[in-house]
Design a protein around this ligand. Structure first.
Ligand code: AMP
Length: 193
């Protein structure tokens, strides 16, 4: 994979394990020549991840909407900064630039981006691996909720394969590389049934 988009918090969280995970992912990207595409911020997990890569001369592309492009927020040193009009346009641009998605701990913005990626892949508008780095069991609650949604008939059981979960960077990246997209047509079968 040449480029991966990482969704992660504009906050750092309270525990050092989360920051360490962002740095570990950044190191992996540099050592495997994978470019980072992200939200373009210098704050929180986003800033830690971008800095880890930039310090080692890796590639970092930020995609930021005009409304967020303020000095306190925007990273001044990325390889390239794409300024777009809206939050929605940002997600489209980010998805066009990458071969896969990774989600690190974050808040509403992070979950919004993750679920948009899952929805696009569920509809087979695109077919890219979507990884969750489940550091410290951060995503356990969401995984439980997704299990509940499957059990209650709102998510097809096979769509569980749309996301890959691991608690270490190496295992997650292995899963990303080995990802086999869902068979085409499953959405059409769903509609016909
Ligand atoms: P959150 O998880 O709510 O902190 O939001 C983080 C995600 O939303 C990131 O992946 C960004 O793409 C976007 N985002 C939210 N706030 C900012 C910000 N202040 N600067 C840049 N991007 C942001």
């Amino acid at each position: 994979m040449k480029r991966i988009v990482v969704f992660c918090g504009s906050s750092l969280g309270y525990k050092a394990v989360y920051k360490d995970a962002a740095i570990a992912l950044g190191n992996y990207f540099v050592h495997h020549q994978i470019g980072l595409v992200y939200g373009g911020g210098k704050i929180g997990m986003m800033g830690v991840l971008a800095d880890a890569i930039l310090e080692q001369k890796g590639e970092v592309v930020g995609v930021i909407p005009k409304l967020l492009k303020k000095e306190e927020v925007v990273h001044p040193k990325v390889s390239e900064m794409i300024v777009c009009k809206t939050m929605s346009e940002r997600k489209v641009i980010m998805s066009q630039l990458v071969e896969g998605y990774i989600t690190l701990p974050g808040g509403f913005g992070t979950l919004d981006e993750l679920f948009e990626a899952l929805t696009l892949n569920q509809l087979q508008i695109e077919q890219k691996p979507i990884g969750l780095l489940n550091i410290n069991g951060f995503f356990d609650g969401i995984l439980t909720q997704i299990g509940h949604m499957i059990a209650e008939g709102y998510i097809k059981p096979e769509h569980k394969k749309l996301f890959l979960v691991a608690n270490s960077v190496e295992t997650l990246m292995e899963k990303m590389h080995q990802y086999i997209p869902l068979e085409k047509n499953s959405i059409i079968q769903k509609v016909v049934r």
